[in-house]
Design a binder for this molecule. Structure first.
Ligand SMILES: Nc1ncnc2c1ncn2[C@@H]1O[C@H](COP(=O)(O)OP(=O)(O)OP(=O)(O)O)[C@@H](O)[C@H]1O
Ligand SMILES: [Mg+2]
Length: 419
């Protein structure tokens, strides 16, 4: 835009200057020509006075003292002064008309001298082209230089103006990018021309509105999660009323875990700013696999855990990584029959760690298991997408494979924590 505005100013200034300078240059030339012609005419007049008043020799001397080549044509055909052709214009002057006519290389100024002894004579003063336009090229060069200087000045002023407009627009773009990247604290200081100033105010208003809407969304997510507490209380009462104390304790422990999960969901939903915490992937994976191992035992599932020696710090908060591992292991338990084996592998990779969860089940049934909301088993279809988004928000990735045993394989790349 800056270049565009500068070009616009240059074009406008040039047009205005051309419109002014061309007529001015022509006028300068005309004035120079008419000045030279009138100077030559007065010289011709002064010689004309001498014709008839002095003898031929004195007349010749007079013509030699002039600043232009002067020729006197006498009626008897004699010629005094600089040699010159007897042109048609000279013949016309003999008829009694003083004329100015174009001649090869310049102009001839012809003054008819009537009543001279011996008949009409004609005084011819020759003005060559150089004398006609003397000083004109220098004036033209001056005008051109002035014109260029004015265009340069115009471009400079245009560039300054363009910068004054573009700076606040660039700042607006920067704030928009920061908002798009999730920095909701980004605000601009409205600046620049009225319209850009108005856009700045509107952008700040939009940012405030987005922040408000997100806060409302978080609160409503927390409210929704809170609704789980009622059926949980009912479940706890049911567990307490069980006659088998061992079974009652086991179910109560599960209810406790579920309650803790609900509480952490509510807290997570209400958290204003997501802290970019880190965690030890080895410790979190080991803890989650230990949790699922009880159910694996119940379902007669054989599993292998291949953990590289920790700590393996990754740029993902512990509860989010735990939710990822739970989503992947939960899928094994939800989408493969009981007794199907699985493996969990955590190993360091370039720039982070790789977490692989694979099983020997039937593999992915749907063409795009990562499609959020699409479930091949009538569930909510969120698990894999949650894991993918957690990885991607930290700069990692999730990919799906067929495992060595022919079942489903999910590989999660988590970037290493920087601090
Ligand atoms: N280990 C697996 N074996 C076979 N299919 C799987 C496996 N993991 C995922 N899938 C398939 O991918 C789909 C998407 O999985 P995802 O975890 O995103 O959703 P879901 O498990 O259906 O629902 P949710 O996790 O929200 O309860 C599943 O519906 C299932 O068809
Ligand atoms: Mg799932």
């Amino acid at each position: 835009m800056r270049r565009w505005l500068t070009l616009l100013v240059a074009a406008t200034t040039s047009l205005v200057l051309i419109a002014l300078m061309v007529p001015l240059a022509l006028l300068v030339r005309t004035v120079a020509v008419s000045g030279a012609v009138s100077e030559a005419e007065s010289e011709a007049e002064s010689v004309a006075v001498a014709v008839g008043a002095v003898d031929a020799e004195t007349l010749r001397l007079t013509t030699e003292q002039t600043s232009h080549p002067v020729t006197v044509f006498l009626s008897d055909g004699r010629l005094i002064g600089a040699p010159a052709p007897r042109s048609t214009a000279v013949e016309l002057a003999f008829l009694g008309r003083s004329v100015t006519a174009a001649a090869p290389g310049g102009r001839e100024i012809l003054v008819s001298v009537q009543g001279a002894p011996g008949g009409t004579a004609v005084v011819r003063v020759f003005l060559d082209d150089d004398r006609l336009t003397r000083g004109v090229p220098q004036v033209w060069a001056g005008l051109a230089a002035l014109g260029l200087a004015l265009v340069g000045l115009g471009v400079l002023v245009g560039d300054r103006l363009a910068r004054a407009v573009i700076r606040p627009i660039t700042a607006l773009a920067g704030v928009s990018h920061r908002l798009a990247a999730g920095d909701l604290s980004a605000r601009t200081v409205p600046d620049g021309p009225v319209e850009v100033h108005a856009v700045g105010i509107a952008l700040n208003h939009l940012a405030e509105r987005i922040t408000g809407l997100l806060a409302e969304e978080r609160e409503s997510a927390a409210d929704l999660s809170h609704r789980l507490r009622t059926p949980l209380t009912g479940l706890r009462l049911e567990a307490e009323s069980l006659t088998d104390p061992e079974e009652s304790a086991r179910i109560e422990a599960r209810v406790d875990a579920l309650e803790r999960a609900v509480t952490s969901v509510i807290n997570e939903a209400r958290r204003r700013v997501r802290d970019r915490a880190e965690c030890d992937a080895a410790a979190v994976t080991a803890a989650r696999v230990a949790f699922w191992s009880v159910l694996a035992e119940d379902q007669a599932r054989h599993f292998t855990l291949d953990l590289a020696p920790g700590p393996l710090p990754v740029a993902v908060p512990a509860d989010e990584l735990a939710a990822c591992v739970d989503a992947l292991l939960g899928n094994v338990f939800a989408h493969t029959p009981e007794g199907v084996s699985f493996s969990v592998r955590l190993e360091p990779a370039e720039g982070g760690v790789l977490l692989t969860v694979a099983d020997a089940g039937p593999g992915f049934a749907t063409s795009d298991p990562l499609q959020r909301g699409e479930s091949g088993a009538g569930s909510t279809g969120l698990g894999l997408d949650i894991a993918r988004r957690t990885a991607e928000s930290a700069g990692g990735s999730l990919s799906l494979r067929t495992s060595a045993a022919g079942g489903a394989g999910v590989i999660l790349f988590l970037p290493a924590a920087t601090s």
